[in-house]
Design a protein. Structure first.
Length: 211
């Protein structure tokens, strides 16, 4: 068993290595294989989120990297995934320095992240038997790093992933703090299905009534 390092969640997006760099982020499909970090075996039925990102500037944004499109799929029985080249909104079709980032998830696994101080491959997951607190943090990290700020209605593509995260969280809940984390994930789902204002009202009501 390899020793695993612990690093702040903000570094996770960095460890999701660049999959493609092209003149147009929609120039080709996204595909690959998700494998088990320890065994090298393919991981079937894993969720894969592909985030189209670029460097802001000159298009009404203040600068820095933004996400403008996201797609979600699942791996097949051989751990393979394939996302056809999506239709990118015209304003982002030739965005500066496009990148496609990959983040994967499956219940019972977590990202390999950093191992012994070295970024591990983005396409691997580690089988884990985490405490409830650690599991909530792992799920929370997936939410944070798949947020796509300029995706518009395309953000709804994340719903199948978020619903799986919420089911995972509900099974892992042991404490009141765990429950708050699960409510946070549910809030992300309701934000897409009910709208931000109603989702927040429900979130605050649940947390107020938490016993």
């Amino acid at each position: 068993m390899r020793k695993l390092g612990k690093y702040p969640w903000a570094l996770l997006l960095f460890t999701a290595l660049i999959l493609q760099t092209a003149c147009s982020p929609a120039s080709q499909p996204v595909e690959g294989v998700i494998t088990n970090y320890e065994t090298g075996e393919p991981v079937p039925d894993a969720y894969v989120a592909a985030l189209w990102t670029g460097t802001a500037g000159g298009l009404g944004h203040g600068g820095g990297a933004i996400c403008f499109h996201v797609e979600v799929t699942k791996t097949d029985e051989n751990g393979r995934y394939h996302i056809p080249a999506p239709e990118i909104r015209p304003e982002y079709a030739n965005y500066p320095k496009p990148r496609i980032l990959i983040i994967s998830y499956k219940q019972g696994y977590r990202w390999a992240e950093w191992v012994n101080g070295v970024p591990s491959p983005w396409d691997q997951l580690i089988e884990t038997d985490e405490t409830s607190e650690a599991r909530m943090h792992s799920l929370h990290d997936v939410i944070k790093n798949t947020h796509c700020d300029q995706a518009g209605d395309g953000d709804k593509n994340l719903l199948p992933l978020y619903e799986a995260l919420y089911a995972d969280a509900e099974q892992a809940v042991k404490t009141k703090e765990d429950k708050k984390y699960s409510y946070f994930i549910l809030n992300q789902i309701e934000d897409q299905t009910l709208g931000g204002e109603e989702a927040l009202e429900r979130y605050y009501e649940r947390t107020r009534n938490l016993r």
